[in-house]
Design a protein around this ligand. Sequence first.
Ligand code: SAH
Length: 287
Amino acid sequence: MHKPSPPLEGPDAFQNQIRIVLVETSHSGNIGAVARAMKNMGLANLWLVNPNSFPDEASYARAAGASDILDRAQVTPTLDKALEDCVMVMGTSARGRKVPWPVVPPPEAAAIAAEQSHAGPVALVFGRENHGLSNDELHRCHYHIHIPSNPDYSSLNLAMAVQIMCYELRMLFLRSLEGGEGSPYLRPMLAPGDAGWDVPPAKVGDVEGFFGHLEQTLHDVDFHRRDNPRQLMSRLRRLFQRAKLDQMEINILRGVLSAVQKAAGVSGNTKQTQAGSEPTGQEDGHV
Ligand code: SAH
């Protein structure tokens, strides 16, 4: 897929102020998977509170190409240490707790985190694989984030929960680019004329030239006798208009029609005069 070059993620990008904090992770492989999830989404600041085992082989194996995130990870003995210079703390939880707390879904949480990141570091805190964050840890958070999973099976793998939050932050970042219009990466590329398509869209005159050529060819091969010719052309027009042809496709189609005319023993290009335009090359099937 041809897309414009990726956006620059300079030192001011808010991602640099987002801190992913993992509390007492038991499986070091999950730490590696978190590093990978972060780097995929353009985040880099990983803090590990009293991990069971780190650094080790399993974490680096699961990090794949994101070992730099692990190299730079900060390891601290306590959650307090990881949070002390932050201006906001958001704790993730798979389930509701005894004392209800302000809770936000991931997209809104990302928006709040991005907003607050202008003032200083914002921590997103993730709990242990077996029993999440303690109530005490959750009470250190300004907000709780709940990923709205299946209530009967609500607990995601740690790295997957991190991935969802990092993805939301990335989407927010991409939407904010180009004066708020959003990154070209967010715009679908569906047809000629969309940014990234490899051939310019066919001009109306060229498409009309093709329709004239098509009608003439259908006439040359006696196809129109098998149907109502008027309706046939409207339906064929509708079909090709729906396809939004590009210039090369027009040339290919006209090359096909010329070959059909030749095989039918009529010379191509002389009778299809309705809309006038001539094919512009690459019409011999060698494309
Ligand atoms: N069994 C634990 C869940 C641990 S999952 C419990 O019931 O709390 C490990 C971590 O992944 C959680 O502490 C949380 O940080 C994150 N997580 C998993 N599922 C989540 C969800 N649905 N919403 C928010 N965070 C989730």
